[in-house]
Design a protein around this ligand. Structure first.
Ligand code: SF4
Length: 246
C-alpha cells in the first residue's frame, strides 16, 4: 500500500494518507512511533477476523461467522476455545461504531466515514462543529440532542447524526451557539473536516513535547489536505496507466 506523509501541511503532522491498490479511496493513518517489542506482535481485531480496516459492518459479520465456524471448539477442539473468545471480542468492538472508533484510534488508525452518520438521505449541506472554538456550553445538545453530542473526554460538542433532529431544532441550535462554531459545510468536505478536527498525537522527544494536536485552522488544513489527496490520486492513475511498451 502506497503512502505519503503530510508533514508539510498545517494539518496534524502524525498522519499519513494511504490509497488502496486499484482504488482512489483514501484511508488516513496516524504515523506511530517505533517501539521495540519483546514478544510476538499481537494481532489486531481486523487481522483476527481477516478483514481490511475499511470493511463494512456486513463484511465484518460475514468474516466473523466464517472464523467462528472454523475455530469452534466442536470442530477445532480445545485450542479453538481461546480463539473464539478473541473473535467474540473483536466482533463486539468492530460492529459498534463508537467502540470501533475508539479502537481504531488506539491502534493509530483513522477511517474516513468513521465520524458522523446520516439520518435519511444525504443532503448537499452537512453540519460541522469546529471544536477548536467550542466552549462546551451544551446549548446545541440541549436543543438538538439527536444531532449533537458532547465528547465528555475533551468537553466539546460534535455532530453524531447529520439531521438527527428536525430542521427547526437544528437551526435553533446553530443560532444559539454563543461562539458561532457550528457551520454548514458542503457534504463532500465533511469527512476530511471531521477527520482533521480529531486530536491526533504529536511527535515529541522522550517525554518532552508529546501530547495531542489539531490544526489551528481546520478549514485551511482541509484545503491543503484535499489538494494532497487529489495529487496522490492523479499520481496513482498515472502510474497505473499502461505504457505503449507493455
Ligand atoms: S453550542 Fe456551540 S459552544 Fe456550545 S457546546 Fe454547542 S458547539 Fe460548543
Amino acid at each position: 500500500m502506497a503512502s505519503f506523509s503530510i508533514s508539510q501541511l498545517s494539518s496534524p503532522k502524525s498522519a499519513e494518507i494511504h490509497l488502496l491498490p486499484g482504488s482512489n479511496k483514501p484511508i488516513f493513518r496516524r504515523r506511530r512511533s517505533i517501539t521495540v517489542r519483546c514478544c510476538e506482535r499481537k494481532k489486531s481485531y481486523y487481522e483476527l477476523l481477516g478483514v481490511s480496516t475499511d470493511s463494512s459492518s456486513q463484511e465484518i459479520k460475514d468474516a466473523y461467522r466464517k472464523q467462528q465456524k472454523k475455530h469452534h471448539p466442536d470442530i477445532a477442539g480445545e485450542k479453538g476455545h481461546e480463539i473464539t473468545i478473541k473473535l467474540n471480542k473483536a466482533y463486539e468492538v468492530l460492529t459498534k461504531e463508537d467502540l470501533r472508533r475508539e479502537y481504531d484510534s488506539s491502534i493509530g488508525l483513522m477511517r474516513l466515514g468513521a465520524t458522523s452518520s446520516w439520518k435519511g438521505p444525504l443532503r448537499p449541506e452537512a453540519i460541522f462543529v469546529d471544536e477548536n472554538a467550542c466552549i462546551g456550553c451544551r446549548e446545541c445538545v440541549h436543543h438538538a440532542g439527536n444531532t449533537f453530542t458532547m465528547d465528555e473526554a475533551v468537553g466539546t460538542a460534535r455532530v453524531k447524526v447529520q439531521y438527527g433532529d428536525d430542521d427547526t431544532q437544528i437551526e435553533i441550535s446553530v443560532d444559539s451557539c454563543p461562539v458561532n462554531c457550528i457551520y454548514w459545510v458542503e457534504t463532500e468536505e465533511l469527512e476530511v473536516l471531521e477527520y482533521l478536527i480529531q486530536p491526533q498525537p504529536k511527535e515529541g522527544y522522550g517525554v518532552f513535547g508529546q501530547g495531542w494536536e489539531r490544526p489551528a485552522n481546520v478549514f485551511v488544513a482541509a484545503k491543503s489536505f484535499n489538494k494532497q489527496i487529489k495529487r496522490k490520486v492523479e499520481n496513482q492513475k498515472r502510474n497505473e496507466r499502461p505504457t505503449n511498451k507493455e
